[in-house]
Structures are given as C-alpha cells and as structure tokens.
Design a protein around this ligand. Structure first.
Ligand SMILES: [Zn+2]
Ligand SMILES: [Zn+2]
Length: 315
C-alpha cells in the first residue's frame, strides 16, 4: 500500500486467510490511494475489506496503524496491538487534544541545545499528525493472535517502538517482522524526550534483535522493501551497524561537555545536517540520544544536565 510523498514508498500489508475472514498484518497509511490499494489487493483474492476479521498492528506508527480504524468501521474487525503501544496511542490521543500546537516538541529541541533558528521551517513541530485508532485488543509477548485455524504467535520486540511486535506464523514457517528487521535499511531508534533515563530504546532494540534471531522461520516478511530468507544473518548485520554508530559517537565525545544537538550534528547522516528539515533533525537527535544512553550505561559517556541544556562528555 502506497505511502504518498514518503521515500519509503509503500507498506507491505499481509492478509492471512481464516474461516472468519482475513486477518491483516498492519493496515497502511491513512490515504485514499492506500485504501484503494487495500481494496484491490484483497479483491484479487476474492475478498473484500468488509470481510476482514481483524487487524494486528506491528506498532502504532501511521504507515502501519493508519487505516486500522477505517477498516474496523467498514468491517467490524477487531484491532490489536501490544499493550505498550496501546498505552502510547492513549497518551498520543490525550496530548493531541490538550496541546494542539505541540509546544512540548519545541521545548524538547531547546533542551537538546537547538538554536532558535532551527525550530521552524518545513516539518516543524506545528505540522499536524492524526493519532492512530485505539485498539480493541492488547497483546502480550507469546500470546496467540485470533487467527482461527492457524498459530500466529506474538513476539515482543521493543526498540523501534516500545510495543513493537513480530508475528511468527508457527504452522507456516514465516515471520512478519514489521519495521524491526528490514532487508536493506534499519528502523529509526530514538529516545524522546531526549533526557529520559527510565527507558532504553537502543538497549531494548539490540536485545530484541538477539531474541528474534533465535526464531526458527524460513521466510521473513517485513513491512517495507521485500521478503527474504536468513533472519539470523540480517539481525547480526543490524547489530553490527549500531555498534559502528556507537563507536562513531564515542569518537565525537571529549572530556569537555558537548551539547546533544552538536553531537547529533557531528554524526554522519544520509543527508547533510545543514540540509535537513526540523523533523529530520529532531529524529536524528533522538537517535543520538538513544545511542548516548547506551554509551552511558556501558560506562563510556557521562551526562551533564546544567542550565536546562543536556551535554555529554567522555567518562
Ligand atoms: Zn515504524
Ligand atoms: Zn514503517
């Protein structure tokens, strides 16, 4: 299903047959073109959106959960996600109601050391995003999804989102990996707010990769790019990629404190820092913050939090 105007281009949405109707793994971006693609895709197998029995969402991001609410309205399907992402969806819905200008994001960027000139422009925090539909069902690690006649097991893989799940079709030798494991790219792993220490997304992500690598599944069905074989090999490559990023960040640290924003700007990115919009810079800073927390936990970095600005130095 297309993601209009996004370099990812599309979300791979999977439909699993059951006697009660198809169960979808993810539901794609909320857009008329995506809706038409879902209708056509199901139609190719003689199915209709109105027949859908349930939608299991790998994580709450809009390219996965976007159309789940509309599918539910059309078919009466249940919508399920992991309980930790369900909690984020509830929070997201409250925040959007209470803080329509999203001033909390501006405050977070200032705290990282961003200059006033970097807080506006394209993709500025005032851009509106609709919160995803609240789920009817919450899943836990190891739980079977309601897919009558099949065994579709929830594998909790926090990191890209706190409640990200992979889905192991045990009687089909396949695993649906959402954004957790993709064949050629790695998902965004960011820490928000940047100064949080009560959660460790990159630490969680590396542990989740180690865990999912032990799942015995012949074919990997990700939510972007293409299907492939060799789950353990690919997870090993992604872990190595993050170890390289951790080493790169260590190289930027010195005994003198540096702001989080400067550290993020010093890392290599696909696009030059100076050319990035506000959203890209905010996400890059979240990634740097996630990596710095791991370096801090490993005893490599230490944080200094003075005068409302977050800085890091070599320990
Ligand atoms: Zn995602
Ligand atoms: Zn995605």
């Amino acid at each position: 299903m297309p993601i209009p105007g996004n370099p990812l281009a599309y979300t791979l949405v999977y439909a699993l047959e059951s006697p009660r109707g198809p169960v979808l793994v993810d539901a794609g971006w909320e857009h008329e073109d995506a809706w038409a693609a879902l209708k056509d895709g199901l139609g190719a197998f003689g199915m209709d959106i109105a027949d859908v029995h349930g939608v299991v969402v790998t994580h709450y991001h809009p390219d996965h959960a976007g159309l789940a609410g509309r599918v539910r309205e059309t078919s009466g399907a249940w919508v399920a996600m992991h309980r930790d992402d369900a909690a984020i969806v509830r929070l997201f819905r409250e925040v959007v109601e209470q803080d329509a200008d999203r001033t909390w994001e501006l405050a977070a960027m200032r705290r990282a050391g961003a200059g006033a000139d970097e807080l506006g422009g394209p993709g500025s925090p005032r851009e509106h995003i609709d919160p995803p539909a609240a789920p009817d069902r919450e899943l836990d690690d190891g739980e079977l999804v309601d897919l009558p006649g099949r065994r579709l097991r929830t594998v909790w893989t926090p990191g890209h989102s706190p409640g990200h799940i992979c889905l192991h079709l045990e009687d089909g030798d396949r695993i649906f990996t959402g954004d957790h494991v993709l064949p050629r790219i790695t998902p965004h792993i960011g820490l928000y707010p940047y100064d949080r220490t009560d959660t460790d997304p990159l630490g969680d992500y590396l542990a989740s990769l180690g865990r999912v690598a032990t799942v015995d599944a012949g074919e990997v069905l990700p939510a972007h790019q293409y299907r492939f074989a060799g789950l353990a090999g690919r997870t090993g490559e992604i872990i190595a990629h993050h170890e390289e990023r951790l080493a790169e960040l260590t190289g930027l640290l010195s005994p003198a404190p540096t702001t989080l924003w400067e550290l993020a700007a010093g890392l290599r990115w696909r696009e030059a820092w100076a050319d990035m919009g506000a959203t890209a810079k905010r996400m890059a800073t979240g990634e740097a913050a996630a990596h710095l927390l791991v370096l801090e936990k490993r005893g490599v970095a230490r944080r200094l939090d003075e005068g409302g600005t977050l800085r890091f130095a070599l320990r």
